[in-house]
Ligand binder design. Structure first.
Ligand code: F6P
Length: 348
């Protein structure tokens, strides 16, 4: 029998508990393995004493399974460190894995976590399977990660709520989304929620051209507009600090330059919280099962992925290439353009 560790790493999102549940159920019920839930990402393995608990499928049912967050805890690891700090971290991790008698680790994380955990597991000679999760949907080699669809739903719902207030006051409302350096949430959420303009980091923002678009909307007889801006667009504004809101900046700039009243709503962590939508529950089940199957077949050091309507897996090495950006030829970008949504210009 095997002992398999499961942990969640990096920013939380909806669907993590459903993934933990699927992995545990399949591993215990189908293979009779022991599953240990590691607390707070790798901290549960590196801390002394180690922090973990044995997971049992019968205790992992609704509502826990369908609740937001990670009941194991999830911390952002930052960089793996360097020099002696990295050596110590790798040793503590390997030691923790040995003490718990782990034969393998299922790590549920984003692209940064995949990179760090691959490094730690390689050092510990601990076979690993990665399951992609992130609201940003920027993990390479997978079209979808757990948590993304739920975050998109939050953005879309927010626009539904903001439209009537924008209309009542003849205002522009700017909605700032998360997404780090990628525009996936902004594009998907903006399209689903009927935004008039969507600003993503992959395309260049030109405020004058945006104002011209908003004026066209107003002169067409509809005296309000919704704009979605991804937080990563902040990098295009000289002088904005890493924690300053690009949405607030944009609303102020629009109002100043156009005279049209503009306000900003920043959705922030609302996009990470809440219960997973149906799509994320489906992905959680499919990914969890595939991860256990890979372990059962001894096919390790891979990440499960969703590609062209099928569950597949790729070597972890292929994933650690940095965040996946929106592709210029993305069908959704084309659809948004086709619907008359203002998107900015190609950055190059
Ligand atoms: O990667 C998920 C994410 O929510 C990003 O969209 C956002 O930029 C970041 O995490 C926020 O991280 P923190 O939890 O460190 O504030």
């Amino acid at each position: 029998t095997k002992t398999v560790g499961v942990l969640t790493s990096g920013g939380d999102c909806a669907g993590l508990n459903a993934v933990i549940g699927a992995v545990t159920r399949h591993a215990v019920d189908s293979y009779g393995w022991r599953v240990l839930g590691i607390t707070d990402g790798t901290l549960g393995l590196t801390a002394v004493p180690r922090q973990y608990c044995e997971l049992r499928p019968e205790r992992l049912s609704a509502p826990l399974l369908h609740s937001g967050g990670s009941f194991l805890g999830s911390i952002s690891h930052g960089e793996p460190g360097s020099g002696q700090q990295l050596v110590d971290r790798k040793e503590a991790f390997a030691d923790g894995a040995r003490k718990l008698g782990l034969d393998a680790l299922v790590a549920i994380g984003g692209d940064g976590s995949m990179r760090i955990l691959h490094e730690l597991c390689s050092h510990a000679r601990l076979p690993m399977i990665g399951i992609p999760k992130t609201i940003d949907n920027d993990v390479p080699e997978t079209e979808s990660a757990v948590g993304f669809a739920s975050a998109v739903q939050v953005v879309s719902d927010a626009l539904d709520r903001l439209q009537p207030t924008a209309a009542s006051h003849h205002r522009v409302i700017v909605v700032e989304t998360m997404g780090r350096s990628s525009g996936h949430i902004a594009l998907h959420g903006g399209l689903c929620g009927g935004a008039d303009a969507i600003l993503v980091p992959e395309l260049r923002m030109d405020v004058e051209s945006l104002i011209a678009h908003i004026r066209r909307v107003f002169s067409s007889g509809r005296r309000h507009a919704l704009i979605v801006v991804a937080e990563g667009v902040r990098a295009q504004v000289a002088g904005l600090g890493p924690y300053e809101s690009v949405g607030t900046w944009l609303a102020q700039e629009l109002e100043k330059r156009s005279g049209i009243e503009a306000r900003c709503t920043s959705l922030g962590y609302l996009q990470r919280g809440g219960s997973p939508c149906a799509e994320d529950r489906r992905l959680a089940a499919i990914f969890g099962l595939r991860a256990v199957e890979l372990l059962a077949n001894g096919n390790t050091n891979r990440m499960v992925c969703w590609t062209k309507g099928a569950v597949l897996d790729v070597p972890l090495k292929a994933v650690i290439t940095g965040p996946r950006k929106l592709e210029k030829n993305s069908p959704l970008l084309a659809a948004a353009r086709g619907l008359g949504i203002w998107l900015g210009d190609d950055a190059d």
